[in-house]
Write a protein that binds this ligand. Structure first.
Ligand code: PLP
Length: 376
């Protein structure tokens, strides 16, 4: 049946179409891993590490089993531990903050710039103390944080920058890709990310030889030579299947990113006169649109009305990290981060994935425009 506008449904996200396109290549790649029984690390992982380092324009990539592990090892490789403070945003997935807590350090939240939803450099400045050891800017929704302003502060105040690039594969700032702006960076290959594995996956990138060496040891029980353990480490290794899938998919990433950018720009045009706020793109930053978010009043009602028109949406994130029950002990209260809290009340993610059609984008955008109206 050919979908008509009346019955056109727009899923929020769909990975099955991508598999249909890549099926033969992926099956071959998985078969290669099985034939060699190279299930943990191995050739496919090494090949992926080299290709992804090149893609990001950095010297090293260390393949891991998740973005959360990458953030944790980034913290440890920076020497962060009890008594240290790490400044980050509460407008993120909780993993950013968990990684700080794993080391015994204290997370300190700086509010966001409402125009970009990313950490506000001025608020970082206000949060710096003698204990500040690092800042984690999150390139939220694929939109690079203002790394220029943060880098300037980092040299004045002697803190390290660790990028949370888990949503920003290939995004760039002043023409340079994220992943190499700080001491190290964390990427996630969770299936729904712009570059997704077929299970859990992540990577740490860095230009620092020592950081890479330490991360390689820590991902494999602190081992430097087989069964010689220089440190107490972790089991954070990337597996062969994930690397094999990622090797196939990395070749397509730029083409998928272009689709995301084109659909986002179409959403932007179609919503230009609608009663919604959209995050602003700086001319210095190239956003890879992990998500296309819109801020609306009465968000839950708007989502329900979209659902009635066949348009699925999601919310990233409904509750900011500083107000999560698990982090109550940090002592933040409602009202501590007003811009973050307001963003979480109004934010909504529209359907966006490279395999969707222009017709679906048009239907989703025009439905939203009808529901929220246009200021007269
Ligand atoms: C996905 C994500 C993570 C965690 O990555 P996992 O691979 O799921 O562990 C961390 N930070 C941000 C901003 C993310 O979106």
């Amino acid at each position: 049946m050919v979908p008509t506008k009346a019955n056109l449904t727009v899923p929020y996200f769909d990975l099955t179409a991508q598999y249909r396109d890549l099926r033969d290549e992926i099956r071959d790649a998985i078969d290669r891993v099985c034939s060699k029984a190279a299930f943990i690390l191995g050739e496919e992982v090494e090949r992926f590490e080299q290709a992804f380092a090149k893609y990001c324009g950095v010297k090293h990539c260390v393949g891991l089993n998740s973005g959360t592990s990458a953030l944790h090892l980034a913290m440890l490789a920076a020497g962060i531990g009890p008594g240290d403070e790490v400044i980050t945003t509460a407008n993120t997935f909780i993993a950013t903050v968990e990684a700080i807590i794993y080391t015994g350090a204290t997370p300190v939240f700086a509010d966001i710039d409402p125009a970009t939803a990313n950490i506000d450099p001025e608020k970082i400045e206000q949060a710096i103390t003698k204990r500040t050891r690092a800042v984690i800017p999150v390139h939220l929704y694929g939109r690079p944080a203002n790394v220029e302003a943060i880098t300037r502060m980092a040299s004045d105040h002697r803190f390290l920058i660790i990028e949370d690039a888990c949503q920003a594969h290939g995004a760039s700032f002043q023409g340079k890709r994220v992943g190499g702006f700080g001491h190290s960076a964390a990427f996630s290959f969770y299936p729904g990310k712009n570059l997704g594995a077929y299970g859990e996956g992540g990577a740490l990138t860095t230009n620092d030889d020592e950081v890479a060496k330490l991360a390689r040891a820590l991902r494999s029980h602190g081992e430097t030579v087989r069964y010689i353990h220089k440190y107490v480490g972790y089991n954070y290794r990337m597996d062969g299947f994930q690397a094999a899938v990622l090797n196939v998919k990395l070749k397509h990433l730029d083409e998928w990113t272009s689709k995301r950018q084109a659909f986002s720009s179409l959403y932007g045009e179609l919503l230009a006169d609608a009663r919604v706020d959209l995050p602003q793109d700086s001319p210095e930053a190239e956003c890879v649109y992990h998500l296309f978010v819109a801020y609306v009043e009465d968000r839950d009602r708007v989502r329900a009305a979209l659902q009635e028109r066949g348009v699925q949406t999601a919310v990233h994130y409904p509750k900011p990290v500083h107000l999560q029950e698990g982090l109550e002990h940090l002592g933040y209260k409602e009202g501590s981060l007003p811009n973050t809290e307001r963003a979480c009340q109004r934010v909504m993610s529209m359907p966006l994935f490279p395999e969707m059609t222009v017709e679906q984008v048009r239907h989703a955008a025009s439905s939203l425009r009808e529901i929220v109206g246009t200021p007269s």
